[in-house]
Write a protein that binds this ligand. Structure first.
Ligand code: NAD
Length: 263
């Protein structure tokens, strides 16, 4: 299926590895000119090289902590100067640290909200007027299956993602008349660096080996394995395409069947 994305312009945040990398790679394979960011220069430059070598289209790496307003402004300015204003915005960052409600201070909540909620709100504000003028845009937020079923040990993530979900639903209704869709993709368990550090913690707490921990995590997933960044990227690219123009305001779960809820 031709997704009709050739020559579109995308900003994909948190894309030096993991799910963001998977999304940037899938978009690049479809002919999208992609600007990617993360906080580490050598990691983001090496990610840009490998995405570009696969897709064959130019990829611009930018060093940017999405929670930092100046660095975020530079990210969008680099896109504008290098390619033009973005047609596609994918908001993503590392998840907040694990822990329960007794463990975190107001500062911890503020940091989680800045990184996993307000950075997305401000990124949308930066790109949306150009999208409105062109009457075409795709806004995608990478959240978590925790939005459907909060995870006990991830109170900061549960809280910040839920705020972003409500924001996404609200703006999706305002932006639909302009040809702009706004959706969230909710990852279940995917084998990325983020999950490796959570698995290490589970294994230390339980005394299991890492291999036993991976097996136990996969056993809870009906398809019997963890997801891949490539599978995740393919779904994201479809949601960013012209083919998905009637899908907006949705939270699409990508979890191998883990969540039991009907909605
Ligand atoms: P990851 O840690 O493997 O990769 C995160 C990427 O974002 C990296 O490129 C990292 O350098 C970058 N990054 C981190 N903080 C950043 C910041 N402040 N500014 C800019 N870049 C930043 O994580 P992942 O597994 O790819 O997960 C992506 C998102 O999805 C995270 O928010 C995570 O919590 C969420 N999630 C992941 C899973 C999973 O199983 N992997 C499940 C549910 C939710």
């Amino acid at each position: 299926m031709d997704l009709g994305l050739t020559n579109k312009i995308a900003v994909v945040q948190g894309a030096s590895r993991g799910l963001g990398y998977g999304v940037a790679t899938a978009l690049s394979r479809e002919g999208v000119r992609v600007v990617i960011c993360s906080r580490n220069r050598s990691e983001i430059e090496s990610a840009a090289k490998s995405i570009q070598s696969e897709g064959g289209y130019p990829v611009l790496p930018v060093v940017c902590d999405v929670a930092n307003p100046e660095q975020r402004a530079n990210l969008f300015e680099t896109c504008r100067k290098g390619f033009g204003p973005p047609d596609i915005l994918v908001c993503n960052a590392g998840g907040p640290p694990p822990g329960n409600f007794t463990e975190f201070t107001e500062q911890d909540y503020k940091r989680a909200l800045e990184t996993n909620f307000l950075s997305a709100v401000e990124s949308v504000r930066t790109v949306v007027e150009d999208m409105k003028t062109r009457r075409w845009g795709r806004i995608l937020f990478i959240t978590s299956m925790a939005v459907k079923q909060p995870i006990d040990s991830l109170i900061l993530s549960n809280s910040a993602r839920s705020a972003l979900t409500a924001y996404a639903k609200t703006i999706s209704r305002d932006l639909a008349p302009f040809g702009i869709t706004v959706n969230c993709i909710l990852p279940g368990l995917h084998r990325t660096r983020r999950l490796e550090s959570l698995a290490r913690q589970i294994s230390e707490n339980s005394g299991q080996t890492m291999e036993e921990t991976w097996k136990e995590l996969a056993a809870d997933i009906p398809v019997g394995r963890l997801g891949t960044s490539e599978e995740f990227g393919a779904v994201a690219a479809f949601l960013c395409s012209g083919k998905a123009s009637f899908i907006t305001g949705q939270s699409i779960v990508h979890d191998g069947g883990t969540i039991r809820a009907l909605l």
